[in-house]
Ligand binder design. Sequence first.
Ligand code: ZN
Ligand code: ZN
Length: 182
Amino acid sequence: MGPHRRCLHGHRLDVAGMTRTYSHVLGLHATCCLLCLELHTDRPAWYDLDHTVLRRADVPPGPHPRVVELVAHPPDRPAGVGHIALQVHGRAVADVDLQLCGIDRRACVEQISVDEDYRRRRVGTVLVAAALALGPGWQWSTTKIDSAVGARAFWASLDTADVLHLGGRAYCSHMEGAHDVA
Ligand SMILES: [Zn+2]
Ligand SMILES: [Zn+2]
């Protein structure tokens, strides 16, 4: 997502202070909020992932594959459930399930899961941003928000949540139909 103005706790980085490091292992930059470090918050650092760079799963990675990449797995039927995965060395460490209908310009975020080791690094936020970029200006909703504290904390602090109707799952007939077949 490139450099951010605020950290995951909402601190302005120009006031809080920040450092950027580069992981040669992952081929990625990470940013760390210095105020969060001093306050010992749970999420001081995050990966600078570009949510607009997406490879379709059926397109080969090319001669210089990225260590970390977002991969779109299209559904097996129109308006069915597809997913976007964050893959590290070809292994999915996080993904978001979603349904999209280009006819009705409607989409629904079904579920987000992030492996324990990759939590509190803005990964879920990047996945949601990557999903939203597939249907800009569409009517977006999510399925029921999990009542677990981690899920509520995620959705409550997500800055792209304004365009998402949280918990207000709004399927069109095509999305309903795709579920019936499945
Ligand atoms: Zn901070
Ligand atoms: Zn539809």
